[in-house]
Ligand binder design. Structure first.
Ligand code: FAD
Length: 393
């Protein structure tokens, strides 16, 4: 039924407003009430600090941490694209906070990446360039990053949610004693300078905004293609801070004996594709994905799938889009026979244009679609393909 607000019990804490997953609640105050609330708030803060010296010390410590850091992930001296995407987001956060945007480069003979980080917006780059950091191993990288964090005290550290980033971020957060939010889909700053880290929670049924207001740095990982790649600036300017660690090969117990590259054969990279034709349970069978492949071929794109289609064995797992699959942001995402569950939407809703074909006009996929076609995909998809062929003559 109708939600009921017990006015006698409401203390105006606004928790309900923040908690409502639909963003349906708002609280209004008159200008007089706002004045009284501000006065009360001031008194409360002073009283709290006086009463709790520990709290006061904690706040003072938190205030010593300044700046946004982005960890630049590299393999063989080549940076992961997600690091530059994070510099784009980092720049936005740094502007809101009025602080520097810094990059962290760890490796062996990787100084060229400092320049590259500046092209993507870093004002300052912390560099640890030592042979022991040639191949990624948790311990030397952990030592290096923790050393920098303890010495320079950033308020935010962002990393790509890659295999390496997930490993390193967890280890660093544990050692420096702070929180970590994995796989964020949104990052922002609140009125108290805290990082608002948004990610799907409870199986994707709600978007939770997670805060780490008592500890520093605030750490978050973000998957590739979630944030927009910023433009590479024509000039690189900024400073490099060189640091050397008192660590050498003899102190590291894990040894890299050989690097064997995975043979990706003819695997398709849906995350980098500009045109994606994606199929869901509505495709009915593996063979029917042939009509999506034909359309993808005409567009110069690739075929992807929802989890239902992957679970049914119609498409391989690396083609899955969504929360437990890949995040994509192509120019066009054509969703065929996909209902648009939230776990699917989080993986594709930032595409430049979504076109949805579904026979159910109520399907939630239409809510994120620029163009929606209500109809039978087995008629609509071949019709689009033959139209494109006609256009090409
Ligand atoms: P359905 O929801 O069954 O939709 C099929 C659609 O096809 C319907 O809308 C129907 O109207 C339409 N249709 C049927 N026949 C036709 C036709 N002939 N012409 C046109 N339209 C037709 N899902 C993902 O996709 N990716 C994820 O990463 C992911 N991660 C998850 C993680 C968790 C923790 C959980 C709990 C779930 C996850 N899911 C994920 C599953 C998700 O909740 C949905 O179950 C799934 O996305 C549904 O897939 P679908 O849209 O293909 O199938």
């Amino acid at each position: 039924g109708e939600p009921e607000i017990l006015l006698a019990k409401c203390i105006g804490c606004l928790k309900c407003v923040k908690a409502c997953p639909g963003g349906a609640l708002e609280i209004f105050y008159s200008p007089e009430e706002l004045e009284i609330l501000a006065a009360l708030d001031g008194q409360k803060d002073l009283a709290e600090e006086d009463a709790d010296p520990e709290e006061k010390a904690r706040r003072a410590l938190v205030a010593q941490y300044r700046g946004i850091w982005v960890f630049v992930e590299q393999t063989d001296g080549e940076a992961a694209r997600v690091s530059w995407e994070l510099l784009g987001k980092g720049a936005e956060l740094a502007t809101k906070l009025g602080v520097e945007l810094c990059a962290v480069v760890l490796g062996d003979r990787v100084e060229h990446l400092c320049q590259e980080a500046m092209y993507y917006g870093a004002h300052k780059v912390y560099l640890v360039d030592q042979p022991v950091l040639l191949h990624y191993r948790t311990y030397p990288y952990l030592d290096a990053l923790c050393h920098l964090i303890e010495k320079y005290r950033p308020e935010v550290v962002l990393m790509g949610a890659t295999g390496l980033g997930r490993d390193l971020a967890g280890a660093v957060a544990t050692r420096v004693g702070t929180g970590l939010t994995a796989d964020c889909t949104g990052l922002d700053i609140d009125e108290n300078r805290n990082l608002m880290q948004t990610r799907p929670a409870f199986g994707g049924n709600i978007m939770a905004t997670i805060m780490c207001d008592r500890f520093r740095p605030q750490m978050a990982t973000v998957r590739a293609h979630v944030m927009t790649l910023p433009e590479r600036r024509p000039i690189a300017s900024g400073s490099i801070v060189h640091e050397t660690l008192p660590i050498n090969e003899a102190l590291v117990f894990t040894k890299v004996l050989e690097v064997i590259r995975e043979n990706r054969g003819n695997q398709v990279d849906i995350a980098g594709a500009e045109f994606i034709v994606s199929g869901g349970r509505g495709m009915m069978s593996k063979e029917n994905f042939g009509i999506l492949q034909e359309l993808a071929d005409e567009l110069g794109g690739v075929v992807a799938a929802s989890r239902s289609a992957v679970d049914a064995g119609w498409m391989p797992a690396e083609r899955q889009v969504g929360q437990t699959g890949k995040t994509v942001r192509p120019k066009i995402y054509l969703a065929c026979g996909i209902s648009g569950a939230i776990q699917h939407l989080v993986g594709m809703q930032d595409s430049d244009l979504v076109i949805a074909i579904n026979r159910d006009p109520q399907a939630p996929i239409f809510e994120v679609a620029g163009y929606g076609i209500v109809g039978d995909l087995f008629k609509v998809v071949p019709a689009i393909t033959s139209y494109l062929r006609e256009l090409k003559g």
